[in-house]
Design a protein around this ligand. Structure first.
Ligand code: SF4
Length: 359
């Protein structure tokens, strides 16, 4: 059975799945996708880089690492008003989730984190799912984000443990898993995946899926990025990933984590409409879209809101509303938590509307 929710995939099993003839694999993945998800819905997210550049980490693919000359400059933490403004336009465009990204090694307990918590509260109050990707996180910090209403925390494992050590040296795979464990101690959902095209083997990709599938329950969202080759980074001259390998990776991810959202993320802009449609058929049900036509920075392009609206319409897909995925690995638990948050008395005394509501 490939459609049962399992946490004990062996590498040999994954390899056998991976090597199924491509159209058979897509058919199997599409069948499982229809079993666990509404195939007419696409979850659409908008990334906002709230703190850009000057990151001390050495991730070999990243435009924001201070180790490489990529042309991406350092910026201060974005003002909340600007974040809310971008989120409002995203909501207008049908986006259900806003992801706030900061180029930090880890979260520090300072005024900057307090400002991020404030952003999370205000964007959540707009009726949008909020995700944060802020680097490593302690358990108390994860709890603070949860209390602020954060819906999801993103922290990618990137690749297999062995290959990871060849692309990042400033923090370990165990550090990454520790942050994910801290996220799992809260009621927030987890977003974790990786990148293909780093120079890894097929087995590295499968070992990454094996690691993610061991998490119980599976991450609610699994982003599969295609490397965006950024000039100035050590991976700028890597070979392109053949489109068939992208589709194969999406299909295997769908089969291995059937209830999770499979997110076709960075690098989607390189795929034409037909290739994207095949990825959606194979189980990708989540994308990033952008009014500015880039992801976190201009170094990584993204399809526009208008292009994606046209693509989804052509394929007969609609954008999923926020907070309504009934098929996520913890759907019932999350629905209860969201209802509890909605009906809980306001707790933030610095928010005028909250004070009015209890007065
Ligand atoms: S991927 Fe994140 S942690 Fe790594 S260099 Fe880029 S911003 Fe820093």
């Amino acid at each position: 059975m490939t459609d049962a929710v399992r946490h004990d995939w062996s590498l040999a099993e994954l390899r056998a799945l991976h090597d199924v003839p491509l159209l058979d694999l897509v058919f199997r993945a599409a069948t499982v996708h229809r079993q666990f998800h509404n195939p007419r819905e696409m979850q659409v997210s908008k990334l906002i880089s709230i703190k850009t550049g000057a990151c001390p980490e050495d991730c070999s693919y990243c435009a924001q690492s201070s180790r490489y000359s990529t042309g991406v400059g350092a910026e201060r933490l974005m003002e909340k008003a600007k974040v809310v403004e971008i989120a409002a336009r995203a909501k207008e465009a049908g986006v259900s989730r806003v992801c706030l990204g900061a180029a930090w090694r880890s979260v520090k307990d300072n005024d900057q984190f307090d400002r991020v918590l404030d952003m999370v509260r205000d964007v959540t109050d707009m009726g949008l799912e909020v995700c944060c990707t802020l680097g490593m996180l302690t358990e108390p910090q994860a709890k603070k984000l949860e209390d602020a209403g954060l819906y999801a925390y993103n922290h990618n494992v990137d690749s297999s443990e062995e290959f990871y050590e060849t692309i990042i040296t400033t923090r370990t795979y165990a550090d990454r898993l520790n942050t994910l464990a801290n996220v799992r101690k809260t009621g927030m959902t987890m977003c974790s995946g990786g990148i293909i095209g780093l120079g890894e083997t097929a087995d590295d990709r499968l070992k990454m899926l094996q690691t993610l599938a061991q998490i119980q329950p599976h991450p609610e969202s699994v982003p599969i990025n295609i490397l965006s080759k950024v000039e100035g980074t050590p991976l700028a001259k890597n070979d392109d990933v053949p489109v068939w390998e992208v589709i194969r990776m999406i299909a295997v991810t769908r089969l291995v984590m059937p209830k999770s959202d499979v997110r076709l993320t960075a690098g989607r802009v390189k795929l034409d409409a037909t290739a994207q449609a095949l990825c959606f058929l194979a189980g990708a049900n989540s994308i990033f879209s952008s009014e500015t036509e880039f992801m976190l920075t201009k170094a990584v392009p993204s399809p526009s809101y208008d292009a994606d609206a046209a693509l989804l319409q052509a394929l007969g897909l609609t954008m999923r509303a926020p907070f309504v995925n009934p098929h996520s690995p913890r759907a019932e638990e999350l629905a209860e938590q969201i209802e509890a948050r909605r009906t809980a008395p306001p707790t933030f005394c610095d928010r005028k509307e909250a004070v009015c509501a209890v007065a």
